[in-house]
Design a protein around this ligand. Structure first.
Ligand code: GAL
Length: 778
């Protein structure tokens, strides 16, 4: 639910004056002064479970009884744990120390901990979130039947069930969950079991209001929605760990348990939190990173604006301030926040792991250009398999391209391995301005587009549409209309199609084009007080990707430190922030024969957001053979013309070529006659620089040249609007996915067997408007 994010940190410059928020001094104890107001004697607000047999023990129930799982009334720990493993913080030295700051090494590429596919499905997974706690027993029984009818083989259970399991502190009601776990197991349906910690129950936030998150302006975000917890709060963490352990102990031996679904969309609503525990956590994180306050001062450039700190205890997160907060501080706070959310995942995973050592764990990422604040390349190191959620934007006429990009990004985060689509929607969502249902066949095309790009499971939010609550207008596999509905017929058909695609499971995608993507560069690019507010990190990613999508050319998404060998074309859009090491990695791709194309506002700063002096584009100056002395961003209403007649906007810069040749020049605008696109021969390859934001025709012309030079070919000769992607199994068998997103019949050259229809494909396949085919190639 990407665009429901409460970005509590952004645009501090526009925010009102700093709040009258009292921030506790460094390392002091948390004030637990808020008196508990929980109604510990009132009636239990539990769902009525008369129809559920509470006597029935779950299959394979562990020795844990309800009594032993009861949360003890001990005070929760008040010490705020750091987000990273403890190291002693050195005393402040009298003099500044010159050493380099210590920063955890950035992973070169995601490497999920397990090499195999650990959820026990040999076919493609099909299912979704299932929330039986919202329904009476009769509906639950019907649900199991409907799941069987549609071919559902995996569901996510108990995601928001904490208050249904523990409606009052220490009072556990397991019977309903035992019952549904047993019934799912009996039906052969696997369970991705949640830790039930995604939203604290009301008694917990009433008892411990200090666990609530806070915005940069000091506003406390209360209970009544969801995710109302500060990820840095160890008070919350202790309760959540206790809940996760209780779940693990209860279902450790249960035959339905296939996968841990840790929390849910961690960071979705509260990517940045400014609570008192976050203040302490940030200081601890900074101490670990910099060791001395002078190193922090150096990294943050605090000689500017009288910001020099004398001690870590004086440092705050970038709260709302009279004007621009220190950009390096903002960047470190974004890093701290991502690390803290990941730490929340790790703590919960480590709570269940010793109890269920053979059950893999994951959490649903939100990989796309709509979710910015979690560095999923780092996160991927901590999950046993990558899972993601993706929702199309109904108002986007090219939403299939956004979907494809998100899916390719997910495969990149997964290090090229297969992954799980943990949630998408069968039709409308509830959180966009206008929630239109999907068109005929769109759910199938969306599902197969994810599979084509490496997903081995297709899951939905949710199985049955809710009748109450904020998401009651969100679609599901079983809509409000019930079985007599287009969606249900499409749900059944999707199950049949996924069954026919069983041979695809385990195959992978490998492209010849690499697109370099980096969360931290994204954060830094979009900080305030930059040359132009119109430079958006995702803009050129989308434009270049879109051009390739229409050509049927597959793209792998890699971090800047990823293994770029084996790629003929390497695209580097707007890599404003880059480390020396990563810049060298990109340069060596060109040295080794790739065509590298870098777009404007790249290479400008180091990892501390400090300018690389000596001329732009800093880190890439030598690689590109150009030197820029000034930027001339365009006004919102301005456009410029290039000497091939194409147009551009947003950005121009004054370039002097050193070793590069000029490919295109500006004919007007602030820099008539100046270079707009350059090419530098480097080793066995070349490095292109694109110094402006090209229009569609210009982007196409650029891509024609890049593809001609690099020799990259499409997966298939497709008409515009027909998506083509190939998965390949270890034995070399190809699976060519063809998805016709147009309203015209299309003809695509192919040979083999269409797995969906079973028909032989001899020379070409005909796709009706909106139709799909998956050709297993000889
Ligand atoms: C996701 C979330 C689900 C549901 C869905 C609605 O953010 O994980 O619980 O809210 O969005 O689109």
């Amino acid at each position: 639910m990407a665009d429901d994010v409460t970005d509590t940190s952004s645009d501090a410059s526009a925010a009102p004056a700093a709040p009258a928020q009292s921030v506790a001094a460094d390392a002091e104890a948390v004030t637990d002064a808020a008196a508990p107001v929980a109604d510990s004697t009132g009636p239990a607000q539990t769902p009525t479970e008369e129809s559920v047999s509470t006597a029935q023990a779950p299959a394979g129930e562990s020795a844990t009884t309800e009594a032993s799982a009861t949360t003890a009334e001990e005070p929760a720990s008040t010490a705020e744990a750091p987000a990273e493993p403890a190291e002693p913080a050195p005393a402040e030295p009298a003099k500044p120390a010159p050493a380099e700051p210590v920063e955890p090494a950035k992973p070169a590429q995601a490497k999920p901990a397990r090499q195999d596919w650990p959820i026990g499905l040999t076919v493609l997974g099909y299912g979704g979130d299932y929330n039986p706690e919202q329904w009476p027993m009769a509906t639950r029984l019907e649900d199991i039947e409907l799941m069987r009818e549609a071919g559902v083989n995996i569901v996510s259970l108990a995601i928001f069930a904490w208050a249904s399991i523990e409606p009052r502190e220490g009072r556990y009601e397991w019977a309903w969950l035992d019952n549904i776990m047993d019934r799912l197991a009996a039906a052969g349906i696997k369970v991705a079991l949640a830790t039930a910690t995604a939203s604290p129950p009301p008694w917990l936030t009433m008892k411990h209001p200090e666990i609530l998150p806070r915005t940069a302006e000091g506003v406390v975000l209360g209970q009544g929605g969801r995710q109302s917890y500060a990820p840095s709060s160890t008070v919350y963490r202790d309760y959540a760990v206790k809940m996760a352990k209780a779940m693990a102990e209860r279902y450790a031996k249960h035959p339905a348990l296939a996968l841990w679904h840790i929390d849910n969309e961690i960071g979705c609503h509260v990517p940045h939190d400014f609570s008192e525990s976050a203040v302490r956590g940030f200081r601890t994180w900074l101490r670990r990173k910099y060791r001395t306050i002078e190193r922090l001062n150096e990294a943050w450039g605090t000689a500017f604006w009288s910001q020099r700190y004398g001690a870590f205890k004086d440092v705050l997160p970038p709260m709302a301030a009279p004007t621009y907060a220190n950009p390096s501080q903002q960047l470190d706070f974004a890093r701290y926040s991502s690390d803290t959310l990941l730490e929340h995942y790790r703590k919960l995973r480590d709570a269940v792991r010793p109890i269920t050592p053979d059950v893999p764990a994951t959490t649903n990422f939100m990989v796309s250009l709509n979710t910015k604040w979690m560095d999923y390349f780092r996160w991927a190191q901590e999950v046993d398999l990558v899972a993601t959620d993706h929702y199309t934007i109904a108002a986007d006429p090219e939403r299939e391209i956004d979907l494809a990009l998100a899916a390719d990004m997910t495969r990149g985060v997964a290090g090229g391995k297969r992954w799980i689509l943990m949630e998408h929607s069968s039709a409308a969502v509830n959180w966009q301005p206008h929630n239109r249902a999907k068109g005929p066949g769109e759910m199938l095309r969306n599902s197969l587009a994810h599979v084509a790009r490496g997903a081995d499971s297709v899951m939905f939010f949710q199985f049955r549409a809710s009748k109450a609550g904020a998401e009651k207008f969100h679609s599901a596999l079983v809509p409000h209309a019930g079985r007599e509905s287009a969606i249900w017929r499409e749900s059944v058909r999707l199950g049949e199609v996924l069954t026919s695609l069983a041979p695809v499971a385990g195959s992978t995608v490998r492209a010849k084009v690499a697109l370099v993507f980096d969360y931290q560069a994204w954060w830094a690019t979009e900080l305030d007080s930059h040359p132009s507010e119109d430079v958006s990190y995702g803009d050129r990613i989308r434009a270049l990707y879109r051009d390739l999508w229409y050509r049927g050319i597959t793209v792998d998404v890699l971090p800047p430190g990823g293994d770029l060998s084996g790629y003929d074309l390497v695209l580097v859009p707007t890599l404003y922030l880059v480390t020396d090491e990563d810049a060298a990695n990109i340069a060596s791709a060109a040295e080794n024969g790739a065509t590298v194309a870098i777009t404007y506002f790249s290479g400008i700063v180091d990892e501390n957001d400090q300018i690389r002096l000596g001329g732009y584009p800093g880190a890439f100056r030598d690689l590109l053979g150009v030197r820029t002395d000034e930027f001339f961003p365009l006004l919102a209403t301005e456009q410029v013309t290039l000497d091939d007649g194409t147009r551009a906007d947003v950005w121009t810069e004054r370039i002097e070529t050193t070793t590069a040749e000029v490919v295109r020049s500006f004919t007007d605008g602030p820099l008539p006659g100046g270079p707009a696109i350059t090419r530098n021969t480097v080793g066995q390859g070349a490095a292109w620089y694109v110094a402006t934001r090209q229009d569609e025709a210009g982007t196409t012309a650029l891509m024609d040249a890049l593809l001609a030079e690099s020799g990259v070919q499409p997966e298939a000769q497709v008409p515009r609007g027909v998506e083509a992607v190939r998965r390949r199994s270890e034995d070399g068998t190809g699976f060519l996915f063809l998805l016709n997103h147009t309203e015209e019949q299309a003809e695509v050259p192919a040979n083999g067997t269409d797995l969906v229809t079973g028909a032989a494909v001899d020379g070409s396949v005909t796709l009706a408007a909106g139709a799909i085919a998956v050709v297993q190639e000889p």
